[in-house]
Unconditional design. Structure first.
Length: 94
């Protein structure tokens, strides 16, 4: 009887193991705006890099909003750029 219970416990554990390996992902979002006027910057480029490798990128919408999904936990450098504006670089840890 004890052996049967051990097999049942092992089966449950083995069924749960594939789910334990799933990675948690993060979403990074924000608003890009002109510092003095607080007006949104439309079409600003957002580049997410790790070292010299580009991980992801997007552009801000008509409200200056941007969103990047499915980022794995890590440290990233984010570069914001737009014509006529000074570039901004930020390091984030997710």
């Amino acid at each position: 009887m004890i052996l049967k219970n051990n097999r049942s416990s092992l089966l449950v554990l083995l069924l749960l193991l594939p789910f334990l390996g799933l990675s948690q992902t993060f979403q990074l979002s924000g608003k890009i705006f002109e510092k003095e006027t607080m007006q949104p910057i439309v079409g600003a480029s957002v580049a997410i890099t790790k070292g010299t490798k580009i991980i992801s990128g997007t552009a801000s919408n008509e409200k200056g909003l941007f969103q990047v999904s499915k980022l794995l936990p890590d440290t990233y450098d984010i570069s914001f750029s737009s014509v006529g504006q000074k570039n901004k670089n930020v390091r984030v840890i997710l």
